[in-house]
Design a protein. Sequence first.
Length: 317
Amino acid sequence: MRVLVLGHTGYLGGHVAGSPALPPDTVLLRSGRSSGAELRVDLARVGVDALAGILESAAPDAVINCAGAVGGDAVELAEVNARGPAVLCAALRRAAPGARLVHLGSAAEYGPGAEGVRVTESAAARPVSPYGATKLAGTVAVASSGLDAVVLRVGNPVGPGAPSAGLPGRVAGLLRTAGRDPAAVLRLGDLSAYRDFVDVRDVARAAVLAATVPGPLPGVLNIGGGRAVPVRELVASLVRAAGFRGRVEEAAHEGGSARSAGVSWQCSDSAAAGAALGWRPSYSLDDSAAALWAARAGAGTARPKPLPAPSEGVRAP
C-alpha cells in the first residue's frame, strides 16, 4: 500500500510518518515544504495542475493530510487550512480519484462547548477564531469533494515533540530552563479552561487506521481523549514529570492561545471513531506529559525516539 503523508515534518505529520501502526508492507511517501521532502509540496502555494502531476507520479492508495497552520494572521491561516485542502481535493479528483483521503481537522471547528457535554460529530460547527473558521472551511472542502474521504477532528494534541508555539511545548521549555531551582517562578496565563487532551501518538494511530481500514467511513470522526480537564492539570503533570520545585503563577492578563479564544469548555465524543476504526485513546495525560518532558529534556526540540507503551487503565470516551 502506498501512503502519502503531507506535512511530514510537522508535529502531527512526523508522528504519522513514524507510526508503528503503519502496515509493514507500506510504501511511505513523505511530502512537505522542506528541501528534504521526497515530494516538495506547499499547499499554501501549489496549483491544482502542479499538484495533480505530483499525485499522478506518486500513485498513492491513501493520502494523509497533516499540513496545517496554527498561527499567523487570517490570510496565512486561510492559505494553508482552507485553500490547501480545496486544492488537494481538486488534484486528487483529477489524478488519483480512487485514493482514500484522511484530513486532520480540529475540535476548534465546534467552538465553545456546553459544560459537561461531549460533542458528537452531528453538533453544529460554530468556530469563534480565525483558526477554527479556516479549519472548518477545509473540512467543508473535503466533505463535499466526492472523494473517499474522512476528516478527523482532533482535540488538543499533546506528547513528545510538542512545538514551543503551543502551551504544552512552551511550558516544557520553561521547565527545562528553570531546572530544579526552588526559587524559580513560571508565570502563565489563565489555566482554568477545560480541554480535551489527546496524545499525539494516538492521533497518529487514528490517522493510519483511517487510511487503511477497508470500506467507506463517516465523513467526520472525532479524535479526543474523552474527558475535559483544566489546563492547569496538564501543567501540573508536566511539573511532576520535570521534578520542578518552584511555583506556578497564573495571571489572566498574560492571555491565552488565539486558537482557543473564547472557549472555556471543550470535550469530544469519540465513540464513532471506536465503531468505525476500532480506535480508542491509549495514553493518559500523565503518560503524555512524561513523554513530552522526556523528549524535551533529553533532546531539546528534536523529534523523539519511540517511547514505552501506555499505562493501563486509561479512561476511554
